[in-house]
Design a protein around this ligand. Structure first.
Ligand SMILES: [Mn+2]
Length: 320
């Protein structure tokens, strides 16, 4: 897809829907809102923004986020003129929205994941972009759409969160150049960083402290893992996203080669997040039909959490 295709399809469509991905993060939400604002401000059309599941509290500062709805709010047989998936690596990452996407007259796919297969009628996949927000910034600038403060807030959130606060290897000179332009649009960079990285619910901090104190170490402390059960979640009255960040903290430990967080889904199913410093954890996740990146991957093991932990540790040992 080229930028003109984007513009022409927006002009043609009356009824537009924008999809974010499951377990929504700052990039998918920020870029969804930026798209919504650009379409609304320039074409006087109001797209439907749809999210799969709960929006983490930290992103409630985003402008217009309260306009986003869940799939159950959309009429069963509604056919949209244009569906846009943003930051959605694979179609099934839309969750329950896939049938709505498939029914749309024109399907558009804008993403930066290397593994995106280009689904849809129009695909704009830029694997070198640090975030979906970066792709949108380039497009909006090229099409000469004015970027107001709200749009800049949303795009900055995309770039800031997907680069881990400009710390990950996907941070480039271009990421900083775009960030600088967004700061010139009037955003408050310090305030957005505080919302994204420095704000946690009390129960989240307590759940995380509990998970850290229960961490177990193997192989001369090269492997560290912790288990979070449903009863832990209940005890701390935790929301799903409260486990976010624990695995990163475990990786920070000097001796860690591979860190894992195991989360009970049901009595027979366990979700695993993996992080490493050198080991290719996508291979470890792959052994359990999961996947991801070299230093960050995940999988679901169809075993009770304790057995899943034993199997996982055995698997990790093969890669040390
Ligand atoms: Mn992204």
């Amino acid at each position: 897809m080229n930028y003109q295709d984007f513009k022409e399809n927006i002009i043609k469509a009356d009824d537009i829907i924008i999809f974010s991905h499951v377990n929504p993060d700052g990039d998918t939400l920020g870029s969804m809102i930026a798209l919504y604002l650009i379409i609304k401000n320039n074409y006087k059309k109001e797209p439907v923004m749809v999210v799969a599941g709960e929006i983490p509290d930290i992103y409630c500062f985003l402008p217009q986020i309260d306009k986003a709805v869940t799939f159950d709010k959309i009429e069963k047989d509604r056919v949209f003129d244009l569906a846009i998936a943003i930051d959605v690596a694979a179609k099934d990452r839309m969750g329950a929205g896939v049938p709505i996407f498939d029914r749309a007259k024109v399907k558009m796919n804008i993403d930066h994941h290397k593994t995106n297969n280009g689904y849809g009628d129009y695909a704009l996949i830029c694997p070198d972009a640090c975030s979906a927000g970066e792709i949108l910034f380039d497009m909006f600038e090229s099409l000469k759409f004015p970027i107001d403060k709200d749009t800049a807030d949303a795009l900055y959130t995309s770039i800031l969160t997907d680069t881990g606060g400009f710390r990950y290897d996907n941070t480039t000179a271009k990421s900083f150049r775009i960030a600088a332009k967004l700061v010139e649009c009037g955003i408050n960079a310090g305030e957005i960083a505080r919302y994204c990285f420095e704000t946690k619910a009390k129960q989240m901090v307590l759940l995380q402290a509990n998970a850290l104190i229960n961490a177990e170490f193997f192989e001369n402390q090269k492997i560290v893992c912790t288990c979070i059960t449903n009863s832990d979640m209940e005890h701390f009255n935790a929301k799903e996203d409260y486990t976010e960040g624990i695995v990163g903290t475990l990786r920070q430990i000097k001796t860690t080669e591979v860190a894992a967080v195991l989360k009970e889904v049901t009595s027979q199913s366990t979700k695993v997040s993996l992080r490493s410093k050198n080991v290719d954890v996508s291979k470890i996740a792959g052994a359990f039909n999961g996947g991801g990146h070299i230093f960050a991957a995940g999988c679901t093991i169809q075993k009770p959490i304790k057995i899943a932990k034993e199997k996982l540790v055995e698997e990790i040992k093969k890669y040390l």
